[in-house]
Write a protein that binds this ligand. Structure first.
Ligand code: FAD
Length: 460
C-alpha cells in the first residue's frame, strides 16, 4: 500500500466528509446573487466573499493608476484568492494583476529576475529555468501569484530558507496618488522594508525582483515514523536536510516526514499511486471515529506498513503538490524553541478531548529575516498549521487551539485564519509603528483598507 502526503491530506478530508455526512469535494451552495446583481467574489476555500462594484484587470501601471483614481473604493488587489483571511473582500473594486505576468528581465551575474507581479509561482519555473535561474525555495502549492505570496510572507520549509518575501530585492508599486515607485535596499529603503510584506495596503505591486539561484534537481523522500520518535529527531532532520517538514496524523501517534535534498541523481519523477491507502484509511475512520483507541490502532497499523517514497525532479516540479480537497486553515509561526512543545500540547488537547479533527497538521521550519511585518522577523521559527474541512465551521476547533499557539509567542500567517487585532500585532511586531507611519504616508485616505485591514491596522 502506498500513500503520499497529498493522498493523506485527501484521505483525511474524505474521512472528515464522511464523518459529517456531507458531500465530498463539492461546494455546498451555488454562489448567491447580491440584490444589485453584482458578481460574487470568493476565496479558494469559499469562506470569504463579497460583491464588489467593479472587478478590473489593468494591463500596465498607467491603467493601475487610472483605476485607483476613478474606481469605487476601497480598492483591493487580488492574486489567486488563496488567502483564508478576509484580505481581499470589498464592496468597492477588486483589481487582479492577471495581465501583468512573466519574466521581464534577468541578470545572469547576480541571478536576479524581475517578474510581473501577477505571475503565478507555477508559471515561473520553466521560463526561469530557460534563463538559468530557479526560485530558491517554494511553498507547498504553486497556484499563488508572486505578489500575493510576498504580501502575506508565504513560506516553504527549511531552517536555512526564509519566506519568499526575504528573497525580494526590489519592487515597483503604484501608490494611492497614482505614482509608480521603485524601492529596494538603497532606494526608498524604508518603503522597501515595509512593502515586502504589506497585505496589499501600501499600493498595487506591479513588478518584483527576486534573488534566485541556478536550476537544481531535488530528491524528495517521504517516510513514516512515530510521533515520539519525530519529537526526538525533528531538529536533527531539519539540520541534516536541505528542507524538512513533517505532518502529524491526529489520533494515530504517527508522523510523516518529508525531506528535499539537492542531488545529481537521474530524474525519477513521481508516478501515479494506487488508491489502496486512501481507501483503507477512509474506511477505518468512517467506522471507528467514535472509539479513539481502536481508531489509533487501525490507522497506525495501516501507516506502519508504508514504505518510504522517493522521487527526483527539477526543483519547481518537486516542491508543489495538489490540494484537491478544500479546507480552511490556521497557521502560526512560533519561536523555534517553543514549537515542538506547543505541538505536544495541541495533541494532548485534541486527543484528550476527542475533538473532531482529521486533517494532518503541518510542521515547518523557516529562517528569520528583518522585514517589518514578516512573522519571521528576528527569530528562527517553526510553523504549525491546522486544517479544517471547508464545509465545517472552523471556529470551535481553531478557537480551542489558538490560545496554545499564542501562549508560545506565535505570530499568525497573514493569509491564514486568526483572531488577532491591531493591539495584539503592536505587541508582536517591533516595527509595527514604523510600518504604520509608512502606511499613513502612502495611503492617508485609506483607499486600500477594507474591513479586515481596518481591524488589523486599528482603523487608523
Ligand atoms: C491550498 C493552499 C496551500 C497553501 N500553501 C501555503 C504554503 O505552503 N505556505 C504559505 O506560506 N502559505 C500557503 N498558502 C497561503 C497562500 O500562499 C497565501 O495566502 C498567499 O497570499 C496567496 O496568494 P494569492 O496570489 O492567492 O493572493 P491573494 O490571497 O489573492 O492575496 C493575498 C494578499 O496579497 C495582496 N495582493 C495580491 N496581489 C497584489 C498586488 N499586485 N499588489 C499588492 N498586494 C497584492 C492581496 O491584497 C492580499 O492582501 C496556501 C493556501 C492554500 C489555499
Amino acid at each position: 500500500m502506498s500513500l503520499t502526503r497529498r493522498k493523506l491530506m485527501m484521505q483525511s478530508a474524505a474521512v472528515a466528509a464522511l464523518a459529517t455526512g456531507k458531500p465530498f469535494a463539492a461546494f455546498a451552495e451555488a454562489p448567491e446573487k447580491a440584490p444589485e446583481q453584482r458578481i460574487k467574489w470568493q476565496n479558494w476555500s469559499g469562506w470569504q466573499s463579497s460583491f464588489p462594484e467593479a472587478r478590473l484587470a489593468p494591463a500596465n501601471a498607467a491603467e493601475v493608476a487610472e483605476i485607483i483614481a476613478s474606481s469605487p473604493k476601497p480598492i483591493r488587489p487580488v492574486g489567486t484568492g488563496h488567502s483564508f483571511t478576509a484580505l481581499v473582500p470589498t464592496d468597492g473594486t477588486i483589481m487582479s494583476l492577471d495581465r501583468l505576468t512573466g519574466v521581464l528581465e534577468t541578470n545572469e551575474d547576480t541571478l536576479e529576475a524581475t517578474v510581473g507581479a501577477g505571475s503565478k509561482l507555477g508559471d515561473l519555473g520553466a521560463p526561469l529555468e530557460e534563463r538559468g535561474q530557479a526560485l530558491i525555495n517554494m511553498p507547498d502549492i504553486n497556484r499563488q501569484t508572486l505578489a500575493g505570496s510576498i504580501s502575506t510572507s508565504t513560506h516553504g520549509t527549511g531552517e536555512k530558507f526564509g519566506s519568499l518575501s526575504s528573497y525580494v530585492t526590489g519592487l515597483e508599486l503604484v501608490t494611492a496618488k497614482g505614482e509608480t515607485v521603485w524601492c529596494d535596499k538603497d532606494k526608498q529603503s524604508d518603503l522597501f522594508q515595509a512593502a515586502r510584506v504589506s497585505l496589499g495596503s501600501l499600493g498595487i505591486i506591479t513588478k518584483i525582483r527576486m534573488q534566485n539561484r541556478t536550476p537544481h534537481r531535488i530528491n524528495k523522500r517521504t517516510w513514516v515514523m512515530t510521533f515520539d520518535e519525530m519529537m526526538e529527531q525533528a531538529d536533527t532532520f531539519a539540520a541534516e536536510n536541505r528542507n524538512f517538514e513533517f505532518y502529524y496524523i491526529p489520533f494515530s501517534s504517527m508522523c510523516m516526514g518529508i525531506s528535499h535534498n539537492e542531488t545529481e541523481e537521474p530524474l525519477a519523477p513521481a508516478i501515479a499511486q494506487d488508491d489502496d491507502g486512501v481507501m483503507t484509511l477512509k474506511a477505518l475512520a468512517d467506522y471507528l471515529s467514535w472509539t479513539p483507541s481502536l481508531r489509533e490502532y487501525f490507522i497506525r497499523s495501516a501507516l506502519e506498513d508504508l514504505p518510504d517514497e522517493t522521487f527526483v525532479d527539477t526543483s519547481w516540479k518537486v516542491y508543489p503538490s495538489e490540494r484537491a480537497v478544500r479546507f480552511n486553515e490556521m497557521e502560526y509561526h512560533l519561536p523555534r524553541e517553543n514549537a515542538l512543545t506547543a505541538l505536544k500540547e495541541i495533541r494532548a488537547l485534541v486527543e484528550g478531548e476527542n475533538l473532531d479533527l482529521f486533517f494532518p497538521w503541518e510542521f515547518r521550519y523557516v529562517k528569520s529575516d528583518d522585514i517589518w511585518l514578516s512573522p519571521f522577523q528576528g527569530r528562527e521559527s517553526c510553523s504549525i498549521a491546522i486544517h479544517r474541512y471547508y464545509e465545517e465551521d472552523y471556529k470551535p476547533l481553531f478557537s480551542a487551539i489558538e490560545p496554545i499557539l499564542q501562549k508560545h509567542g506565535g505570530r499568525p500567517h497573514w493569509g491564514k485564519l486568526h483572531t488577532l487585532k491591531a493591539p495584539d500585532f503592536a505587541k508582536l511586531y517591533p516595527n509595527w509603528n514604523d510600518f504604520g507611519a509608512i502606511r499613513q504616508e502612502m495611503d492617508p485616505d485609506g483607499l486600500f483598507l477594507n474591513a479586515h485591514l481596518r481591524e488589523v491596522f486599528g482603523g487608523a
